[in-house]
Design a protein. Sequence first.
Length: 141
Amino acid sequence: MITDAHVGRSYPPTEPYVVSREKIAEFADALGDDNPAYRGSSPVAPPTFAAVLAARAWGNLFGDPELDMKLAQTIHGDQRFEWTRQLRAGDSVTATLSIDKVRARGNTAFISVSVALDAAGEAVCHAISTLVHTWPEEATA
């Protein structure tokens, strides 16, 4: 189970994800956003596209057997982004997750994580999330 002793733990970066014009357009369509900046030969990604890349790094968190966390028992409670620059078509992005804060009460934990998004070594964005995870009662007994 995750505890405050896990604060500071970082995981290896994800495999690079190449941001494509097609994926940017698909994401903008899903949002219903017809901003022309998300189209054409040199589009930028909508700001919330970063959540797609950050979520890829969550696999390391949920795959850590020591933490015993399951996505089905987790609520994504909060999300914010700190930008250095916009994501652009052609960026090859890795995502590195770190555990920043843990507050556990009984069988529930509030977990703050940050995911550093880097494009070819250049810092692009920090995606900061609060996850609320609940274990079965018997796991905390």
